[in-house]
Design a protein around this ligand. Structure first.
Ligand code: 5GP
Ligand code: ZN
Length: 115
């Protein structure tokens, strides 16, 4: 997908600090971290928004969550816990139109998930 920052990261055209990669999924550190741990997990395939997901993407989305578990284990924050957030569309403030799952942690997160 042209002009998609995250597709360019997948293609290596924009550098990123990768924490996990396989054929379908890539995880890298957020450039502007909102918490001590802030990792973005994305499918390599371009999907603009959560509302574009199709039934044929169900396995892929399941894999993203098991990948998140793998990352939490590998990076050593499984025990302390973390939060996963995925924004969709205008009201959520989604900025990058390639679906992504924020892993946030490394400190006690506020109880409020809606700011
Ligand atoms: P959104 O608001 O769309 O859910 O989140 C987009 C996230 O992508 C933001 O947290 C932002 O800091 C991050 N981001 C935007 N551009 C880049 C980039 O070029 N590299 C990395 N690593 N993160 C980015
Ligand atoms: Zn993309």
């Amino acid at each position: 997908m042209e002009d998609c920052i995250f597709c360019k990261i997948v293609e290596g055209k924009i550098p990123s600090e990768k924490v996990y990669e396989d054929d379908e999924v890539l995880a890298f550190k957020d450039i502007n971290p909102a918490a001590p741990i802030h990792i973005l997990v994305i499918p390599k395939k371009h999907i603009s928004m959560l509302t574009d997901l199709k039934e044929s993407d169900e396995l892929l989305i399941g894999k993203i969550y098991t990948t998140i578990n793998k990352i939490a284990k590998e990076q050593g924050f499984e025990e302390q816990g973390f939060r996963v957030i995925a924004n969709c569309g205008k009201d959520s403030g989604q900025e990058v139109m390639h679906i992504h799952f924020h892993i946030l942690g490394g400190k006690k997160l506020g109880a409020k998930i809606v700011g």
